[in-house]
Design a protein. Structure first.
Lengths: 443, 448
């Protein structure tokens, strides 16, 4: 089972071309509904930033909605809206992507707008000042006022010393304050070029017609510089690192991050299976043992980023039930990891994890936007054709692989542990047994 | 598990015509092919075929939401719904979990204010077994005592955890005050006071009173309904629902609820009483709200609060509709120091759209977006299943996708002004502010 539709391999249904200016084009016809999604992915994210300039990629993403020489920001929004389209953009550590989804007969609108802002963006001081305030509000909303995300940010900054994955995609608040219009202009010039971009579309269109439209809109954009994409690799970690973060919160939280490889190393598929064994579904080990059997946690999670461009972290976390000791929960997580080293996973359980991953892969094809995102993520990380290897490589994982990989990567010397510690208001120590939830006044 | 249904699944996608003859009640819209039938026990079944991908998505809606919670036992509907997956007379919770995961399927229940939906997504090859589990959990739950206790503990834990989510804190406070004394006022999952009072007996009673095929709607891509024909019909029931006098009573003063938290942003909700889904002004309000704050980047609130002033990342307005009147809300987050300014803009925009006609350009943009984007509301199996349960529950008619464009197209600028005046109450609204009081400078937090 590696099919998108029927039994044909996905790569058989995808068409790839590269324009003379270096722009890579990936097209996938899908006639299920009369709609199409058009996306431009730039190979730039927080991994391309330098120390002190964190948040620059994401800041530029915001500025991409502020208008070009020919099309103001307001006009851009109105054109998409009147075409009945949805549009948005997102930035990660590895990429910045822009997308429009709409009726297939309107999609030409998106193609022209995206080509325009690839090389005609206006970066104006006044827009920048306002939009930087918006980004700061976004940081407050998503990170500063979300204690678990704060812990994740701190843990990542502790786990990485050399690689730019150490700073958050949204950027440190102090760095955001210090960014300049010149930084943005230089960054746009360096990374927003055909040679550093992928145009990817899927939906109810004929690929030859779509290709003609894309060539017409993007073909004349100058190639631009090809940025250096090589990043220094992290030295092997040589001992456990631990951090504690004190906050006025209701409940503690424990998060562990292990350095692991990405899809360029076959072991990453074993880690994909391990993450399913640990945390996918209500019969998974963490849920069954920590939430149900022992009733020490109210939620558990494991995350593995297979399509990370550079090696990243395998994360395991748990939120204790009220009244349960966070140390006990951490021990319970440790126990589950040790089980992976010590006992071969029973064949039925392994089969279950593989079924889950394969089914999730099939389900993910339901959404056009998601389909395109998966292709693009594989392309940014390595090559979109590798998507065909996903299910076979998962299917090939053996109990011995799991034991070996767990012993190699999921070991204390290779991890960073973060603990969120609840403290009393205004205090820097102590764990209140029963924290007041804050006062509420009505006027 | 496959013993539960002995039928094969292979003709699921091939017998729709057969169903037409059997069931009689059929409607097929070109926009969304769907067959509707009513089983002898009263269960309404909607079938929408989709062949391009090898899996099936189902939603089963039961009118057993939190508005039926007895006073003092808030959360009973929620625990009962969650309890469906905690074991039946034939399979334990663990066996259910193992079975679902082995298929790589998902089987979940989502309790809401009006209803509970059970959702199943399963590969076509496992449909027989997956649907068998769904039917089993629905028809034969036994609600084991120890499992219910654990479920209540976990729910209490997540309520505690939500105290660290300022947006959730604001939303709960808003609903509590807006729907004061009304069954929509308490959180669906109950409260830390009410949950410990819930017993197995009350869960069993609630299940017996509310889970019947004649109060349920099944939406599915495929033919697998016969197993649910053995589900016993329940008595028809009548219901009285208290109406709300207004947002805050009848006076013109806004009511302000302040909740203090050591956070960087003020989480603000400004709102008033809303409408039921059946209100004929629903479509005019959709256009009005799109212009005010529903329309993403292009809305007035987005332009004024974010685009021009950079005061927020997210600002939006929404009419949340239920079977009975719901709420209107403007929701935004801004650094504590900007709370007053952002709120003032919210009030100003409510007044502006009540006092001036929207522009031709605005109304045309809204109408083009709402009609043009409609196909994207139906572009995945999950969206189709959700959409059809709503269409049936609210009696919108299976030709709704055909009717929708004309319902929107007929809205005029004068209509928008009329509904803005009728349904926005800037002078008598409810304001909830979850913020760090030392930084907001809000001594007398009053609207302009």
């Amino acid at each position: 089972m590696s099919g998108l539709q029927g039994d044909a391999a996905l790569s058989d249904q995808v068409y790839e071309a590269t324009l003379p200016n270096g722009l890579k084009i990936i097209l996938l016809e899908n006639h299920k509904a009369p709609i199409a999604t058009f996306q431009v992915w730039y190979r730039v994210g927080s991994r391309n930033e330098t120390c002190g300039k964190s948040g620059l990629s994401h800041m530029l993403e915001h500025m991409m909605f502020k208008g070009t020489k020919g099309v103001s920001g307001e006009t851009f929004t109105r054109i998409i809206e009147e075409a009945g389209g949805n549009n948005n953009a997102f930035t990660s550590k590895d990429y910045t992507a822009y997308f429009e989804s709409m009726s297939a007969d309107q999609i030409h609108v998106a193609i022209e707008l995206e080509a325009d802002r690839m090389h005609n963006l206006l970066l104006r001081a006044r827009d920048f000042e306002t939009e930087r305030m918006v980004v700061m509000e976004e940081r407050r909303l998503r990170t500063d006022d979300d204690p678990q995300t704060c812990l994740d940010e701190q843990l990542t900054a502790t786990a990485f010393h050399i690689h730019p994955y150490r700073w958050p995609v949204i950027g440190w608040m102090q760095d955001l304050k210090a960014l300049s219009l010149e930084d943005l202009t230089e960054y746009y010039r360096t990374y927003y070029n055909p040679a550093n971009a992928i145009v990817i579309a899927a939906g109810d269109f004929k690929k030859t017609e779509m290709l003609t439209k894309i060539e017409k809109a993007f073909g004349s954009i100058p190639r631009g510089p090809s940025p250096n994409q090589t990043k220094p690799l992290e030295d092997p970690q040589s001992g456990e690192r631990r951090i504690r973060m004190n906050r006025e919160v209701q409940l503690p939280f424990v998060l562990m991050g292990y350095h692991v490889p990405n899809l360029r190393t076959p072991d990453s598929y074993v880690l994909e299976v391990i993450s399913a064994i640990l945390a996918q579904g209500r019969s998974s080990r963490l849920y069954e043992n920590l939430v149900r059997e022992r009733s020490v946690a109210q939620s558990t999670n494991a995350e593995h980023d297979l399509v990370s461009r550079d090696p990243s972290l395998f994360l395991i976390s748990a939120e204790p039930l009220p009244g349960k000791d966070v140390t006990e929960v951490e021990k319970a997580l440790d126990h589950e990891i040790r089980q992976l080293w010590e006992k071969p996973v029973p064949s039925e359980e392994l089969e279950k994890a593989k079924n889950q991953l394969e089914a999730a892969f099939v389900f993910s094809q339901d959404s056009l936007v998601h389909q395109v995102m998966v292709l693009a993520q594989f392309e940014v990380a390595w090559d979109w054709r590798k998507i065909d290897e996903y299910v076979p490589r998962i299917r090939a994982v053996t109990p011995d692989d799991i034991t070996r990989v767990a012993k190699q990567y999921l070991v204390p010397e290779n991890r960073t542990v973060g603990i969120l510690v609840p403290v009393m208001p205004g205090a820097g120590k102590g764990v209140p047994a029963d924290t007041s939830v804050g006062k509420s006044t009505v006027r | 598990m496959s013993r539960i249904i002995s039928r094969t699944i292979f003709f699921i996608f091939g017998v729709i015509v057969f169903w037409v003859i059997l069931a009689g009640t059929v409607y097929a819209s070109p926009a969304l092919p769907v067959e509707r039938m009513v089983l002898s026990n009263g269960l309404i079944v909607l079938v929408s075929e989709e062949h391009s991908l090898p899996f099936v998505t189902m939603r089963l809606l039961m009118e057993a939401g939190s508005r039926f919670d007895p006073p003092g036992e808030e959360g009973l509907a929620y625990i009962t719904a969650r309890g469906l997956l905690l074991g039946t007379s034939r399979v334990s919770a663990r066996e259910i979990n193992e079975s679902v995961d082995f298929m790589g399927a998902s089987l979940n229940v989502s309790p809401d204010k009006d209803y509970v939906t059970a959702g199943l997504r399963v590969l076509r090859k496992d449909l027989d077994r997956g649907f068998g589990l769904l039917a089993e959990t629905l028809m034969r739950p036994i609600f084991p005592e120890d499992e219910l206790k654990r479920e209540i503990q976990t729910t209490l834990g997540s309520i505690r955890s939500e105290e660290d989510d300022p947006g959730a804190v604001a939303e709960k406070a808003f609903e509590k005050h807006l729907f004061s004394g009304n069954p929509y006022g308490h959180p669906v999952e109950g409260t830390s006071e009410s949950l410990p009072r819930i017993t197995r007996e009350s869960v069993v009673r609630f299940y017996k009173e509310h889970y019947f095929p004649n109060k349920a709607i099944l939406v599915v891509a495929g033919d697998i309904t016969p197993v649910l024909e053995t589900w016993q019909r329940g008595k028809e029931r009548s219901e009285t629902f208290p109406t709300l006098a207004g947002a805050t009573g009848t006076d013109t003063d806004s009511k302000i609820v302040r909740i203090d938290r050591p956070i960087t942003q003020a989480n603000i909700i400004i709102g008033n009483k809303g409408i039921s889904r059946g209100n004929p002004d629903f479509y005019t309000l959709a256009v009005m709200n799109y212009i005010l704050g529903g329309g993403g980047f292009s809305s007035r609130l987005m332009q004024e609060v974010r685009g021009k002033r950079g005061l927020a990342y997210s600002v939006s307005s929404e009419f949340e509709t239920h079977k009975y009147p719901g709420s209107f809300q403007i929701v935004l987050q801004t650094k504590n120091a900007s709370a007053q300014e952002a709120m003032s803009i919210g009030f100003r925009e409510m007044e502006r759209i009540r006092n001036e006609l929207v522009t031709e350009e605005e109304i045309e943009g809204a109408k083009k977006y709402l009609t043009g984007s409609f196909p994207m509301r139906l572009d995945t199996q999950a969206k189709v299943a959700n959409f059809l349960t709503q269409v049936e529950y609210y009696g919108l008619g299976l030709d709704y996708p055909l009717k929708y464009p004309s319902l929107i197209a007929s809205v005029t600028r004068e209509d928008v002004l009329r509904v803005a005046r009728a349904y926005l109450q800037p002078k008598g609204c409810l304001v909830v502010i979850v913020a760090n009081p030392g930084q907001t400078g809000l001594d007398s937090p009053k609207p302009e």
